[in-house]
Design a protein around this ligand. Structure first.
Ligand SMILES: CC(C)(COP(=O)(O)OP(=O)(O)OC[C@H]1O[C@@H](n2cnc3c(N)ncnc32)[C@H](O)[C@@H]1OP(=O)(O)O)[C@@H](O)C(=O)NCCC(=O)NCCS
Length: 166
């Protein structure tokens, strides 16, 4: 979890808006209870990768059948708002570790408060393909322009089995 000891100013992913968000808005989002930032930091507490989580709900009418089945009008879910790795640390598996942490968090939340799915708004087509590696599926398969994806909490165990070496 992001704490005062972590240095955010040098964080440099290839997406400037994500760097700026970490620098300027992560603290106020935490204080306002609108987004929690999880980080991986180096030995000097410099953030090298981060992800943000918030509670959300999706309107049942916007959900594909697998997500909507048997749910109330608002489907409870966990939202991954942002995910980024400093360019100097890309390809080391850091973002993958954050995603595995997020999926474990969704399982824990589901046990205590019910969380039917994890939702992601992918940044672009590349990021969309990246999330599909974890089993995320299109929220609206009919809309080619939509970059929203979901993974049922009930399917997380399968992803963890596949992605975590035993
Ligand atoms: C996407 C991003 C978070 C990945 O971070 P990372 O720490 O380098 O990721 P990891 O090291 O955990 O994973 C790298 C793996 O993803 C694969 N990968 C990278 N881009 C991919 C893509 N577009 N589609 C499919 N796989 C991809 C790599 O080939 C590598 O695979 P391997 O483990 O089999 O070798 C990082 O590139 C980034 O910050 N990009 C800019 C912001 C962004 O797009 N964020 C996504 C927000 S929705």
């Amino acid at each position: 979890m992001l704490a005062d000891k972590h240095h955010r100013t040098e964080f440099a992913s290839k997406t400037e808006s994500l760097n700026e968000w970490l620098r300027k808005y992560s603290g106020q989002n935490r204080r306002g209870n609108t987004a929690a930032t999880w980080v991986i930091a180096d030995h000097e507490y410099r953030v090298v990768a981060y992800a943000t989580l918030s509670m959300t709900s999706v309107d049942k009418s916007d959900c594909p059948p697998a997500l909507a089945k048997g749910t109330p009008r608002q489907v409870p879910a966990l939202l991954v708002g942002r995910l980024a790795t400093d360019e100097r640390f890309e390809g080391m598996g850091l973002a993958t570790q954050l995603v595995l942490h997020i999926l474990t968090t969704a399982l824990e939340l589901n046990a205590t408060a019910a969380c039917r799915a994890v939702i992601v708004n992918a940044l672009n087509v590349d990021a969309y393909a990246w999330w599909q590696r974890f089993g995320f599926e299109p929220l609206d398969p009919a809309d080619d322009a939509s970059l929203d994806l979901y993974l049922l909490t009930a399917d997380i165990a399968k992803t963890l089995e596949r992605m975590v070496p035993s």
